[in-house]
Every structure is written in C-alpha cells, then in structure tokens.
Design a protein around this ligand. Structure first.
Ligand SMILES: Cc1cc2nc3c(=O)[nH]c(=O)nc-3n(C[C@H](O)[C@H](O)[C@H](O)COP(=O)(O)O)c2cc1C
Length: 187
C-alpha cells in the first residue's frame, strides 16, 4: 500500500473477527514502529504484546473501574460513563492483540517518541489490511503500579500508547476532519 493511501484509509477499528494475528505479523508492525524518529535518536520505546484473552479481560475490567472511580483526579465525561458502567462493554472491542508502547524512562520526550512509534504501527497495520485503535481508556490504569505489574513492566517505564490490532470485521466509516487552522506566515 502506498503512503498516501495508508494515511487516508487508516481508521480506528472497533469491530474485529476472531482471527488471531501471528507473531511474525505483529513483529512486522513493531519493526515499522521503530522506524519512527525519536529525540536524540534515543529510541526509548518498549513493546508489550498481549494476546492472552484472560489478561485483556482483566486489564479491561481494571481500566473501567479505575476510570469510574475518577482515578488520578480525572473526571470522565458523562457521555462515557454509561458505556463504562456496562459490564458487556469491552474497551478492546474483542481485538485479538494489544500492543502497549511504553517509554523506558520518563524523559522530556517520552510521550512524543512513543506516539510517533504508535502512528507508524497503526499505518503499518493498515498496510497489512489490519485494523487498529489507540485505547486511551486503558492508558491511565496501565500507568499505575498495578497496571505496569500486570504487563511485567519495570516501575520506571511509562506506558503511553495501548494499541489494539486485529482483522476488521467490517470496514470502519471515515470520521470527518475539521478544516485545519492554518496561519500562513510568509514574507
Ligand atoms: C490518544 C488517543 C486516545 C484514544 N482513545 C480511544 C479509546 O479509548 N477508545 C476508542 O474507541 N477510541 C479511542 N481513540 C480513537 C479516536 O476516537 C479516533 O482516532 C478518532 O475518533 C478519529 O477517528 P479515526 O482514527 O478513525 O480517524 C483514541 C485516539 C487517540 C489518539
């Protein structure tokens, strides 16, 4: 797939088939992720790849409870509350794999570096005919001590980007874009 097509056709996918994604394919996505630029070329990212459904279910339950408690002083928007209170709502949309991109330290550019790797990974997934979605709902609990322990991550790590990956069950509708705010500054 060419770059322009990948950029314009990538969508956040929220419905997946049961098909497992093999390690070689997931590894290919990670290889694309690490081609991202990083500050001072530190490449401080690490990838936890979770295909264990029981663990995904546990992270989902913990994340929902954490958000509903208003953890870390963050009040969740009312529009999310109903969904999070629904025991049937899976924040991972039954995807077969979750890749959590973490920074190995809390350096000044930790979030920027991992977010760039995440975008590469999502575009590469699109190129492979796979769907993906960044799951912010999982992010806050995963950054807690218990969340990092669930993934076997050292406490010094900073989980930044939980990305689900799988075979889309149906094409995802395009989401409209706002007109970009551009200020041309020319001589
Ligand atoms: C930081 C971040 C957090 C997100 N968290 C969620 C999430 O928890 N659940 C979800 O369904 N989508 C989540 N998304 C996906 C956005 O809703 C999606 O990117 C946006 O609606 C635009 O749609 P598109 O990705 O198909 O272009 C998140 C995206 C980003 C960048």
């Amino acid at each position: 797939m060419d770059l322009e097509r990948a950029i314009y056709s990538r969508r956040s996918v929220r419905s997946y088939t049961d098909e497992a994604i093999d390690q070689a394919t997931l590894r290919k996505l990670i290889d694309a992720a690490v081609q991202a630029p990083s500050a001072v070329n530190e490449q401080p990212w690490s990838f936890a790849v979770i295909t264990d459904r029981a663990l995904l279910g546990r992270i989902c339950a913990k994340s929902k409870a954490h958000l509903l408690r208003g953890a870390a002083g963050r009040k969740i928007p009312e529009s999310f509350r109903g969904r999070l209170e629904d025991p049937a709502f899976d924040i991972f949309y039954d995807a077969p794999a979750l890749i959590v991109i973490s920074s190995v330290d809390r350096g000044r550019w930790a979030v920027e570096n991992c977010a760039l790797a995440a975008q590469n990974l999502m575009l590469a997934a699109c190129g492979e005919g796979l769907g993906s979605c960044w799951i912010g709902f999982a992010q806050i609990w995963l950054t807690s001590r218990a969340g990092k322990a669930a993934l076997g991550l050292p406490t010094s790590y900073l989980p930044v980007a939980p990305i689900i990956v799988g075979r889309p069950a149906a094409p995802a509708a395009a989401v409209p874009r706002k007109e970009p705010r551009i200020r041309w500054i020319a001589p």
